[in-house]
Design a binder for this molecule. Structure first.
Ligand code: PSU
Ligand code: MN
Length: 302
């Protein structure tokens, strides 16, 4: 039960054209229609505009798919019963034949197996606020999957200090791309540090090469702050996050439902500005990831 690749992706893997893997939980659980299809297409277009190939990764009819044709993207975006697929769900969905959006963890696993070296998402999962026992499988995947992961930090609805502690313990380098601070997803600043700051895709490629040469198992986490014009000021974001987290607590929402609930409430509580920030950072990350994929390619050829 291997993963199915589109002909375009199979050829790019063979020829060494830079590829950027994209998750699909944001299509099935992050954004509602029609915004979900729109943002998925725009991310793919942003990667193509940089001369790289997007490989959106999802489960369709119980098959792991590496790269989606537009009609498949449409089908996934329209399927409101598609499941949220993290690592533990993968074998279940493959056996049962359902559709699913792959989380960061599941996408990283499938992308790495396919030989893709760069992965782009909005914000990774992490340790939940008030629930240090609720640790996203995304963190375990980051610790054990050597792929360059481009993100805007961890989702700010999480406990960011505990999330960073976990990454440190498990040997995941946290790189600030044009920043000294760990970005807070909706906002550029968190007051927390990163392990190093870089300014160029080439610097990321050099760190990735050194990691590979050492045979280390962890991802590189490249953290790109949301564009200034689209950010939600940190204090404003904090007020909405505190309220959303309190509501989740009151309603007893937990497990895999808590992240989608919090993100959707953030959009409502901010009058749509959380969505604007989320979209802007996704497109910015897609462009940056494509440039890093090119730099990795060039470094490998040098
Ligand atoms: N973006 C969203 N909604 C989501 C996710 C992303 O707007 O549900 C997914 C991501 O794919 C991430 C996952 O990997 O949520 C983390 O979920 P959890 O905290 O349950 O591990
Ligand atoms: Mn969880």
């Amino acid at each position: 039960m291997g993963a199915l690749q589109t002909a375009e992706i199979a050829q790019a893997l063979e020829e060494g054209t830079p590829i950027v893997a994209l998750e699909s939980a944001l299509i099935t659980h992050g954004f509602a229609p029609p915004a979900n299809l729109d943002i998925a297409r725009r991310m793919e277009a942003a990667i193509r505009a940089e001369g790289a190939l997007p490989a959106t990764i999802a489960i369709l009819d119980g098959k792991a798919r590496i790269g989606l044709k537009d009609r498949d993207l449409k089908r996934l975006a329209a399927d409101r019963s598609a499941r949220k697929v993290s690592l533990r769900d993968l074998p279940i969905l493959l056996a049962q034949g359902a559709n699913g959006g792959a989380t960061v963890a599941a996408t990283m696993a499938l992308a790495h197996r396919a030989g893709i070296r760069v992965f782009c998402t909005g914000g990774i999962g992490g340790v939940h606020r008030g629930h240090p026992e609720d640790v996203s499988a995304d963190l375990i995947a980051l610790a054990s999957t050597p792929i360059v992961t481009v993100c805007a930090g961890a989702k700010a609805i999480l406990d960011l200090p505990r999330t960073l502690e976990y990454l440190e313990t498990h040997g995941v380098p946290v790189i600030g791309y044009g920043t000294d601070e760990f970005p807070a997803f909706y906002s550029r600043r968190s007051g927390l540090g990163v392990d190093t700051r870089v300014e160029t895709p080439q610097e990321v490629a050099r760190i990735a090469q050194a990691r590979t040469a050492l045979g280390l198992p962890a991802a590189l986490m490249v953290c790109v702050p949301v564009p200034e014009a689209d950010q939600l000021p940190a204090q404003e974001a904090e007020i909405a996050i505190a309220q959303a987290v309190a509501e989740a607590e009151e309603k007893g929402i937990g497990g895999k439902a808590v992240t989608p609930f919090l993100l959707a409430r953030m959009v409502e509580l901010t009058g749509g500005r959380a969505r604007q920030a989320n979209e802007a950072l996704l497109l910015n990350n897609a462009r940056t990831a494509a440039r890093i994929a090119w730099a990795l390619q060039e470094a490998a050829g040098a």
